[in-house]
Design a protein around this ligand. Structure first.
Ligand SMILES: *[C@@H]1O[C@H](CO)[C@@H](O)[C@H](O)[C@H]1NC(C)=O
Length: 347
């Protein structure tokens, strides 16, 4: 499906391979409840193969098709002796009515008091105009109520990734009555339009599309520039996103996967120990994070065009679909590669 070309991949650390972490004195409020790693990564997910609810130009395939067509699978590296999981869009065929792609839904649900450690080696990028109209996402969605009443938490989401303009936008969608504080000193991004209302409404000019905090374009870790999405994210060898959802709010951090805080590396995460500021923190008394957000599934998908990426594609949605149908080679890098995903709940 793609060529492994990154020099940096030779350096891939064996971050999640050791299930028996070294003994440590770190205290953690969290207990590990799910581990999506080789060889069990895909066992924890089902493949969603219905129509894309966000009107993308994709055909989400079932488990067997994904395996047969190499849209899901493993990447083994001999040097570090690691096996990682990938999911991506097709990069070989012509698809007049929607490019084959993958959307995973976790079998488990996660509730408030949740911490997710998402170790990414590669994220989807496209070599065509406007990043080939890609719209990848890692997010949480509640199956317990009609959208948006059970809530949605978008951890990593970006459209049309090109080198010049790629950043992650973290977003909440809820029913009415969830308003977050606008306290930019507590995180690094900036609330879009200063909009604190996380509810979704498409009626009239008071409508909100959710509350969103895009990461700063110039993010840095320890003084070094660090990309939050797009081609530069892959060139730097990936990154580890961490999301926490408590009764007090929802935060998203991005760490250098080669230089993780020790407690995360040792699988005893304790956010109170981290000196790095989150990219986003949705908090404040204007929202009940235990009621606006019900138990959720983890979802990972690689969408193309559709109601966001299509609209902002150069030339618009029709041009996006046309390109996506006919240019398979522009999707050779349209895949997620995971070192692993570890899920924790507080007791
Ligand atoms: C590679 O890793 C696997 C699984 O962790 C282990 O069983 C195997 O012994 C390792 N091989 C080498 C050469 O270290």
């Amino acid at each position: 499906m793609f060529a492994i070309t990154y020099l940096v991949l030779a350096l891939v650390a064996l971050i999640f391979s050791s299930v028996t972490a070294a003994p440590t004195t770190h205290s953690t409020p969290y207990k590990q409840v799910a581990q999506y790693t080789h060889p069990n990564f895909f066992d924890g997910f089902t493949l969603y193969s219905d129509a894309d609810p966000t009107y993308g130009f994709v055909d989400y395939v079932d488990e067997q098709t994904a395996k047969d067509e190499h849209l899901t699978g493993w990447i083994y590296r001999e040097g570090p002796n690691t096996t990682t999981a990938f999911i991506g869009a097709d990069s070989t065929g012509i698809f007049p009515s929607g490019r084959n792609s993958v959307r995973l839904t976790s079998k488990k649900e996660f509730k408030v008091g949740m911490l997710a450690v998402i170790d990414l080696i590669h994220i989807p990028v496209g070599s065509g105009p406007g990043g080939s109209g890609l719209w990848p996402a890692i997010w949480f969605l509640s199956p317990e109520a009609t959208w948006p009443y059970g809530g949605e938490i978008d951890i990593l989401e970006y459209v049309n990734p090109t080198k010049e303009s790629s950043f992650n936008a973290m977003t909440l969608h809820t029913g009415p009555g969830c308003n977050v504080d606008n306290t930019p000193n507590k995180y690094l991004g900036e609330l879009t339009n200063g909009n604190t209302d996380c509810s979704y409404s498409d009626t009239g000019n008071t409508g909100s599309m959710g509350c969103s905090i895009p990461a700063p374009l110039k993010y840095s870790i320890n003084g070094h520039p660090f990309a939050t999405a797009g081609p530069d994210f892959n060139a730097q060898g990936g990154g580890t996103y961490v999301a926490e959802w408590t009764a007090e709010g929802i935060s998203v951090w991005l760490f250098d996967r080669y230089n993780l805080p020790h407690d995360i590396h040792d699988q005893r995460p304790n956010p109170k120990r981290w000196s790095q500021k989150p990219l986003a923190k949705f908090a404040g008394k204007g929202c009940d994070y235990t009621k606006s957000f019900l138990p959720m599934n983890l979802i990972v998908n690689v969408d193309v065009c559709g109601s966001w990426a299509g609209e902002v594609y150069p030339g618009g949605a029709e041009a996006c679909n046309e390109f996506a149908a006919n240019n398979p080679e522009a999707y050779r890098e349209a895949y997620f590669e995971f070192g692993g995903i570890l899920m924790y709940q507080s007791e």
